[in-house]
Ligand binder design. Structure first.
Ligand code: CO8
Length: 259
């Protein structure tokens, strides 16, 4: 229902599946791909029929990073004035609906950073995560030094950023980078099923839950708990809270109306 050169967007009930589609370059994140992803997210944010998004790549690579061949000759002024494409990438972090990264194969550099911008990561058993920028004379530029450190702690993040070594799926799960590992051929069905489960809830309540969890990164514990309580109280002003609790009392499934 949406046509792009570097993405495939398909509909699965209330879930949109975005597949990065530059297989010959291992889904290297070119400026064109970046623009298209920003555009797709704008459309999906406004689309009332979409309640959650799954972002994936190919079986070999989620994304092997920024497009090294495209950026190698850029000057300081080129990247500074355009705020390099990392500013565009942040579109996904402002996306209000839930996002799941379904990662198979390489998630390197900007690819790892893109996965970490999603709400959570489900990994195939062949997934490999890394921030290899140091090996090509630069450093992570789309949140890698910050998000990886918050997700896996300083020791592992520092080692990965300084040596460029990759983490396999098992280590990534143990370290808390991914929520769980599934066999490669179950990755997309599992991620879609998980997203559909989320999409079956009340959308406004889901947005509040996501906003509350994300605030844990930005606020002190006291501020975060205060913010959570305000949102929790406000759920009682919704029809869906009444429906959810009445349905429980009446031993029937709830019918949420996103109101
Ligand atoms: N950029 C451009 N092209 C790439 C990239 C990339 N990042 N990664 C792979 N390719 C291309 C290769 O050049 C090759 O093309 P061709 O067939 O024309 O020679 C094709 O994809 C297949 O790759 P390989 O032949 O290398 O495949 P292998 O299976 O041998 O190796 C690897 C796979 C290990 C993933 C290897 O390709 C690799 O090391 N890639 C580069 C990984 C990397 O350094 N990534 C970090 C990039 S820097 C970065 O992301 C900075 C982030 C700043 C923010 C960006 C926000 C978007």
């Amino acid at each position: 229902f949406m046509t792009y050169e570097n993405l495939i967007v398909t509909n699965h009930g209330k879930v949109a599946l975005i597949t990065l589609n530059r297989p010959k370059a291992l889904n290297a994140l070119s400026p064109d791909l970046t623009r298209e992803l920003g555009d797709a997210l704008d459309v999906l944010e406004a689309d009332n029929a979409t309640a959650a998004v799954v972002l994936t790549g190919s079986e070999k690579a989620f994304a092997a990073g920024a497009d090294i061949k495209a950026m190698k000759d850029w000057s300081y002024m080129d990247v500074y004035k355009s705020d390099f494409i990392t500013a565009t990438w942040e579109r996904i972090t402002k996306f209000r609906k839930p996002t799941i990264a379904a990662v198979a194969g390489y998630a390197l550099g900007g690819g790892c950073e893109l996965a970490m911008m999603c709400d959570f990561i489900i990994a195939a058993d062949n997934a490999k995560f890394g921030q290899p920028e140091i090996t090509i004379g630069t450093i992570p530029g789309a949140g890698g030094t910050q998000r990886l450190t918050r997700l896996v702690g300083k020791s592992k993040a520092m080692e990965m950023v300084l040596t460029g070594r990759m983490m396999d799926a098992t280590e990534a799960e143990r370290a808390g980078l991914v929520t769980r590992i599934v066999p490669l051929d179950e990755l997309i069905p599992d991620a879609l099923k998980t997203a559909q489960k989320i999409a079956s809830m009340s959308l406004p309540i889901t947005l509040m839950a996501k906003e509350a969890v994300n605030s844990a990164y930005e606020m002190t514990l006291n501020e975060g708990i205060h913010f959570e309580r305000r949102l929790f109280h406000s759920t009682f002003a919704t029809e869906d809270q009444k429906e959810g609790m009445n349905a429980f009392s009446e031993k029937r499934p709830p019918v949420f109306k996103d109101q």
